[in-house]
Design a protein around this ligand. Structure first.
Ligand code: ATP
Length: 241
């Protein structure tokens, strides 16, 4: 459903991504693992066309969308929960959510979208009129996910949504992601912590220095007693060109 083939791109003159290929099937939940600076967020930006790709092909549901701008990708069902949440702190929770639905008409009414998000995260309904910046980190993360869901995506990209959150909130968000998956949403989760990635997804890519160096099923990864050594030894290796 989401296919990226040999994606290259970066900032200024240099490439951060060196021919990255990933595939996320319909209804699948896939993790993108890797240490700081591996290029995970850069890949999210390249997939959502907020960073121009220098080369490579992007397909959604079999259609070549390599030339599509960000708003067209959102309209095609791709939504990103960005690293660091990027909520609009002075706006209310409701207005932040409304912004997520702004570009879209059609697939379902605004009221239905609010209902869906509020059912998933009742705290957002309770705090609908509150200033978003006054909420806890966990609530702000729920809001960031809710805002992405307001576009009624079929594929949700999440860039380190659990960073800095307490275990109880992590569990709440994992539960929400499991419900979304049950309803058929396709997930691509950027995560650094292996146990979280393994509990939320069924397959993982490991990225290092702008390249995919390993792809494996999560059950197989979890069974490997040397997984932590493997992960960190890969992180210590120079990327191969
Ligand atoms: N806006 C930018 N301008 C220039 N270089 C950047 C920019 N954003 C990221 N980089 C560089 O690109 C490389 C990959 O960064 P990226 O944020 O994609 O990694 P990451 O795997 O998401 O790491 P983290 O887990 O720390 O977010 C790093 O060397 C980083 O310094």
């Amino acid at each position: 459903m989401l296919e990226a083939e040999r994606i290259s791109g970066g900032y200024g003159g240099g490439d951060v991504l060196h021919g990255v290929s990933i595939r996320v099937g319909n209804g699948e939940a896939v993790a993108l693992l890797g240490p700081n600076g591996a290029g995970k967020s850069t890949l999210m930006a390249a997939l959502t066309a907020t960073l121009p790709r220098r080369s490579g092909v992007l397909r959604l549901a079999g259609h070549d969308v390599s030339a599509a701008p960000s708003h067209a990708l959102v309209a095609s069902g791709l939504a990103l929960v960005p690293e660091g949440r990027q909520i609009f702190a002075p706006f209310s929770v409701r207005d932040n959510l409304r912004l997520g639905a702004m570009a879209l008409a059609g697939r379902s009414s605004l009221a239905e979208r609010f209902e869906h998000v509020y059912a998933l995260f009742p705290r957002l309904a309770q705090r609908a009129d509150q200033r978003a910046g006054a909420m806890s980190g966990g609530e702000q993360q729920m809001l960031a996910i809710g805002r992405a869901l307001m576009s009624r995506p079929t594929i949700l990209l999440l860039d380190e949504p659990f960073l800095g959150l307490a275990p109880k909130i992590i569990d709440e968000i994992l539960t929400a992601l499991a419900l979304l998956r049950r309803d058929g949403l396709t997930l691509l989760l950027v995560e650094q912590k292996l146990p979280i990635a393994l509990s939320a997804t069924t397959r993982a890519y490991v990225m290092l220095k702008g390249e995919i160096v390993l792809e494996a099923g999560c059950e197989a990864l979890a069974r490997r007693s040397d997984i932590h050594d493997l992960y960190f030894s890969l992180a210590a290796q120079p990327a191969q060109k």
